[in-house]
Design a protein around this ligand. Structure first.
Ligand code: ADP
Ligand code: MG
Length: 546
């Protein structure tokens, strides 16, 4: 047999060193990573077996941990998909190239869109070297005859040779460092599996020297377990596993729907901070889709509208065929119904958060408010509920976006019947605007809008609780009558000449120059005509046209 020696890529060598030194205090995570790889390998096989049942045979998919005191080795083995020689080289010889990602890419035609990753960096395997000074991988790809043996001491090189393996799947054999033999203790392995891998939906067993197997986990997909059995920390653990986000989720909703026309389980999470690609409406939105516990795809965009793209989670349904593709999801009636139901769940969850934990809601709003506001424009049916969830700056609360429309309406003074807002390029510009002077004087609160989307928001959200929204920067008769006082008439004559001269000087550039007491300090301001586009929208459109 020929043994081939290859060098790791330079980054891999660096990564290995970093891994060993920086994760040293948290070394038990190696088991989480290897069990997660074994479980992914089983999921992949299960998925391929939908099209080719012979691949699976009648086997029960499982992961086994086999400690061997005498040899000082811990083996993690699975009967999942296994790897070919090329796959071994690609997956275990390079970094930042996740096999899982490749797998997902091959699922749909649109490679770029699907290139979202499951494992964020694809480096979990190398954590083996935190506890082992040599790692041997023996693997046989499902459907292939020959096996491959990969071995490395994690320094600069690895070896590859053809080998024999009775069954398909992968064995990772860790030759534990002398001081890490603790990881051979059954109680230790049990505790780590409980801590990190309990949610994994297939059996994880410990096989002892007498060949007896002991179950270490519940072996039920996390979301199929009853809510009453699950604690907050269980949900947080699962969130981390699902999203690769190491900060805890703000809230979640776990629901099972049975009977009626739909049958599905959903588990939705609200993250506590924005991901880097939040602004890209096309980028990685949607939740994971499972059909009867079988993982089908990540980021199924059809299951959530763009304005809920910050929601993470999954849907497991019995109402779609196992061979469902992205194309089939589009315009599918079942999918449409599930999406409508998920939107309601997400809104319920946010309402609950806003009501019961306002401080956490403020965090949510800070991170995702601008995205949620897109819903006011996109989803007319849910507009009222979304509007209730929105928070704004106002003349009374200008340090944070804290004012809800309901609060605003509740404290409207006598004589005010509209919701006034001012839209500007920035909060500072809004705060300093001369348009506010008269409103301040009258004690009318004005919402200060400066997010880019706000112009579209006020174009679509024309009223709330039957109160019209009105811009204070508009030459509205109603505003004039509310703000202006009897003094105006007295001044009218006095200024007639000035107004006339102004009108002539600015002819063609303004519609008219009028006397107004909406100003208390500034001499003059520009307002939009009653029927005209708002100044800011004009500005945005002008820029877009350039
Ligand atoms: P990630 O799991 O994020 O992709 P890892 O470093 O944990 O990154 O694993 C790298 C790749 O090696 C995996 O994507 C997978 O293709 C392959 N791999 C690792 N372990 C196994 C296994 N037990 N069975 C099959 N393939 C595996
Ligand atoms: Mg992994």
């Amino acid at each position: 047999m020929t043994t081939e020696t290859r060098e790791f890529q330079a980054e891999t060598r660096q990564l290995l060193q970093l891994m060993i030194h920086s994760l040293y205090s948290n070394k038990e995570i190696f088991l989480r990573e290897l069990v997660s790889n074994a479980s992914d390998a089983c999921d992949k096989l299960r998925f391929l077996a939908i099209a080719d049942p012979a691949l699976l045979g009648g086997d029960e998919l499982a992961v086994e941990l086999v400690p061997d005191e005498a040899a000082g080795t811990l083996t993690i083995r699975d009967n999942g998909i296994g790897m070919t020689r090329e796959e071994v080289i690609e997956n275990l010889g390079t970094i930042a190239r996740s096999g899982t990602r490749k797998f997902l890419e091959s699922l749909s035609g649109d490679q770029k869109k699907d290139s979202q990753l499951i494992g964020q960096f694809g480096v979990g395997f190398y954590s083996s070297f935190i506890v082992a000074d040599k790692v041997t991988v023996l693997t046989r790809r499902a459907g292939a005859g020959e096996a491959v043996r990969w071995e490395s001491n994690g320094e600069g090189e690895f070896t590859l040779e053809p080998s024999f393996k009775q069954d398909r799947g992968t064995e990772v054999i860790l030759h534990l460092r002398e001081e890490e033999r603790d990881f051979l203790q059954p109680w230790r392995l049990q505790a780590i599996v409980r801590k990190y891998s309990d949610h994994i939906g297939l059996p994880i067993r410990l096989r002892n020297e007498k060949g007896e197997a002991e179950a270490l986990n519940q072996a039920r997909a996390f979301w199929t377990r009853p809510k009453s059995e699950l604690k907050d920390e269980d949900y947080q653990h699962f969130y981390e596993h699902l999203s690769h986000d190491h900060q805890p989720a703000l809230a979640w909703a776990h629901n099972r729907v049975e009977g009626g026309s739909l049958e599905y389980t959903s588990l939705l999470y609200i993250p506590s901070h924005a991901p880097f690609d939040l602004w890209d409406r096309e980028q990685g939105r949607g939740v994971q889709l499972y059909v009867k516990r079988v993982f089908i795809m990540d980021k199924a965009a059809e299951l959530l509208p763009p304005w809920l793209r910050f929601v993470r989670g999954l849907v497991d349904t019995a109402d779609l065929p196992l061979n469902v593709s992205r194309e089939l999801l589009q315009g599918n009636r079942t999918v449409d119904k599930i999406r409508a139901a998920l939107v309601k769940r997400a809104l319920d969850m946010l309402e609950d958060l806003a009501e019961k934990r306002p401080e956490d809601y403020a965090k949510f709003w800070q991170a995702f408010g601008v995205v949620l506001k897109e819903g006011l424009v996109d989803d007319h049916a849910n507009q009222e509920r979304i509007a209730r969830l929105c928070r704004f700056h106002s003349t009374l609360e200008a340090s944070e976006q804290k004012v809800s429309l309901a609060d605003y309406v509740a404290r409207m003074p006598e004589g005010q019947d509209k919701i006034y807002y001012l839209s500007a390029e920035s909060l500072a510009a809004a705060r300093g605007s001369p348009h506010l002077e008269g409103f301040r004087k009258r004690g009318f609160e004005v919402l200060l809008l400066s997010d880019r989307i706000d112009e579209w928001v006020v174009a679509h959200l024309t009223q709330f609780q039957e109160r019209k929204l009105e811009s204070v920067a508009r030459a509205s008769k109603d505003i004039e009558s509310k703000i202006e006082t009897a003094d105006k008439a007295r001044h009218e004559n006095e200024y007639a000449g000035t107004l006339k001269r102004l009108g002539e000087a600015l002819q063609g550039r303004i519609e008219a120059a009028r006397l107004s007491v909406r100003l208390t300090e500034s001499p003059v301001c520009l307002v939009a005509g009653e029927q005209a586009l708002s100044r800011r929208l004009e500005e945005i459109l002008r820029k877009a046209g350039e």
